[in-house]
Ligand binder design. Sequence first.
Ligand code: F6R
Length: 243
Amino acid sequence: MEVIKVKDYNELSEIAANIMIDAVTKKPNITLGLATGGTPVGLYENLVKDYQNNGTSYKEVTTFNLDEYIGLEKTHDQSYSFFMHDNLFDHIDITEENVHVPCGTSADHIQEAKNYEQLIDENPIDFQLIGIGVNGHIGFNEPGTHINSVTSVVQLTDSTIEANARYFEGNEQLVPTKAISMGIGTIRNAKQILLIITGLSKAKIVKQLIEDPASEDVPASLLKDHPNFTIIIDEEAASLLDK
Ligand code: F6R
C-alpha cells in the first residue's frame, strides 16, 4: 500500500488524473473501473481538459462503474449513469458500447448483478478508481461486507443515506435505499487500485484505515494487502493521522 499525501483537492485531482492518463497512454485498450460521487469530479475535469488539449484517446477503452442506485432511470440526474455521461463520457471519444454501469431499473436486479460480475470476469479490470464513504465503504460495500463479495444487490446504511442526501436536495427520503455494487472481491481482482480521499469529513475514517489493522468494519481496509494499491489523501483528510 502506497500513501501519497498532497496539499489540497486541486492537487489530488491533478495527480490522480495524471496517473490515469499515464495508464491509458501505456495501454490504449485498458479496462478501467470508475467511481462516482463528489471526490472524482475534479479528476474527471482534468481528464476532459487533457483530452481537449493533448488528445489522449479513449476509443479503445472499456469502463465498468462500481455501482448504481436501484430505482433510478439512466436519465435521472442523480443516477450514476447520468453522472458519468455528464462528467466524463459525453466529453471524450469513448465508445458507448464499451461503457458499463449496472442497470438500476432492470426487471431482475439479482440477475443484473450476476451478469455484471460475469462481464467483469470476461474483461478483467486493469485499473480501478475508488472513493471512500465516511463509514469506510467502497462502492456500496458497507461495514461488515465479506472480503470475497461479488457484484450484488446491497442495502445502503443509514449513515450512507444521510451522507448522500446532499445530492438529493438534502432530503434523505429521496435517497434510494438499495444499489447494485461491485463486491470487495470484485474490486480486489483489479490489477491496480487507486483510492482518492479529500476533506475533513473523511479524516476520522482515514485514521482508522491507515493506522488500524484491516477489518470488515472498514471495508476499504480490506484492500491493504492488495499488491498494487495506492491512496492519495489531501491535508484535510490526513489531519488526524499520527504522522
Ligand atoms: C461511488 C461510490 C462510493 C463513493 C463514496 C464517497 O461510485 O461507490 O463509494 O466513492 O460514497 O463519495 P463522495 O466522493 O461523494 O464523498
